[in-house]
Ligand binder design. Structure first.
Ligand code: ADP
Length: 370
């Protein structure tokens, strides 16, 4: 089935605007033969009033008209939110390039020339009507998708939240058994209980990470000036145990003040620095540098490490939720941190990407508006 068959544009409502009654009659005859509903207007003012009162699916607009010409009318239609989405096809007796360029510049999407060729008129009108209909369908589907994504996120949030309580109970009782019966338990039962507690702790961490992922958007977007130097002090304080255990050295440039949500920015920097330390090279202690460069309308931040690096085939997928390179036993984690970072950067109007050389190091780049 061709796309012409899938998109039915019959019965579309067409507004034809021309000061010559003969032209109106000819066009109306061509279009009504195809079962289009045709409305007629003899001047620009009445056309604008008619389009506002009842927006048509398309407007055919004569270029040359007394008082206000077609280009000006088109500009007025495009300037008003009630009519700016209605496609306009110009009707022109002239065939010179300048007129066509003017027609497109004033907001027209196509033109038909006088004297009218029936087949040409119909093809051009139907093409634009189909495009318009497909565009509307696309917008509607995008809205449906955004709605169902939101429902899914709320569902994931509710489920994760409700799972926490029973999980805590299970881990709690397993811990109690180990504590109360440590002496009488045989070695195998002790190990089994230990595995239950370990798996429970991991599930709990996963739930907490999932909750913070779902919460990123729900947090109200309190954007205010954030001094990144002060914000980083809080981040490094949160990570102080990890920094000292791994002997990590962090070099920091002077950072800017940007407009953002402080708690989300803390989460962003913390996830990236935490990873830079966690994925350090076994033969060298972590050396991490944090810098910011002023670009035209934004700051480019870079967090560079000398860790194990990431192979080229994973550079894009790691920003998706649950995507990891190593098993939990090799490097603990849930694969949610970078998905959270991406969400936060995008909520701040920026982009995030990574460059890496296996065994040499990794640099995460992100932009934040200033
Ligand atoms: P997690 O750290 O819980 O695994 P993330 O979403 O934060 O989840 O990271 C996804 C994956 O990206 C990690 O599992 C790791 O393989 C890779 N990765 C992230 N940061 C680095 C880094 N600085 N160096 C090397 N690999 C990294």
């Amino acid at each position: 089935m061709s796309y012409d068959d899938q998109v039915d544009v019959s019965k579309s409502d067409i507004l034809v605007v021309d000061d010559a009654p003969d032209n109106l009659r000819i066009l109306s005859a061509i279009l009504t033969k195809r079962k289009f509903r045709v409305r007629k207007s003899l001047n620009g003012q009445s056309a604008i009033a008619s389009a506002r009162a009842n927006p048509p699916d398309i407007i055919l607009l004569d270029v040359r008209m007394p008082e206000v010409n077609g280009y000006e009318i088109c500009k007025m239609l495009k300037a008003s939110p009630e009519t700016n989405y209605i496609p306009v096809i110009f009707i022109s007796a002239l065939d010179d390039i300048a007129d066509k360029v003017k027609a497109f510049r004033s907001g027209g999407i196509d033109y038909i020339t006088k004297p009218f060729q029936e087949a040409e008129v119909l093809v051009r009108v139907e093409n634009q009507l189909r495009l318009q209909k497909l565009q509307r369908q696309l917008i509607q589907r995008n809205e449906e998708l955004a709605r169902s994504n939101q429902e899914l996120e709320q569902f994931a949030y509710a489920i994760s939240h409700d799972l926490q309580q029973p999980l805590q109970t299970m881990i709690g009782f397993a811990r109690l058994i180990v504590l109360d019966h440590q002496i009488s338990l045989n070695e195998i039962t002790y190990e089994h209980l230990h595995e239950i507690i370990k798996a429970g702790d991991r599930a709990q961490q996963l739930i907490q990470d999932l909750l913070s992922y779902a919460q990123v958007k729900h947090q109200n977007q309190n954007f205010e000036p954030v001094d990144c130097n002060l914000m980083l002090v809080k981040v490094l304080d949160n990570l102080k145990m990890m920094i000292s255990t791994k002997d990590a050295v962090i070099h920091t440039d002077s950072l800017p003040t940007i407009i953002g949500n402080e708690s989300q920015l803390i989460q962003l920097f913390q996830n990236l620095i935490d990873n830079a330390i966690k994925f350090s090279h076994p033969d060298s202690s972590p050396q991490i540098s944090i810098s910011a460069t002023n670009q035209t309308n934004e700051w480019l931040f870079a967090i560079h490490d000398n860790g194990i690096g990431i192979a080229a085939q994973y550079l894009e997928s790691i920003f998706e939720i649950f995507q990891r390179v190593y098993t939990f036993e090799q490097y603990p984690g849930s694969g949610i941190g970078l998905a959270i970072c991406k969400k936060i950067v995008e909520l701040h109007g920026g982009r995030i990407w990574v460059e890496s050389h296996p065994n040499t190091g990794t640099t995460f780049y992100f932009t934040l508006q200033n």
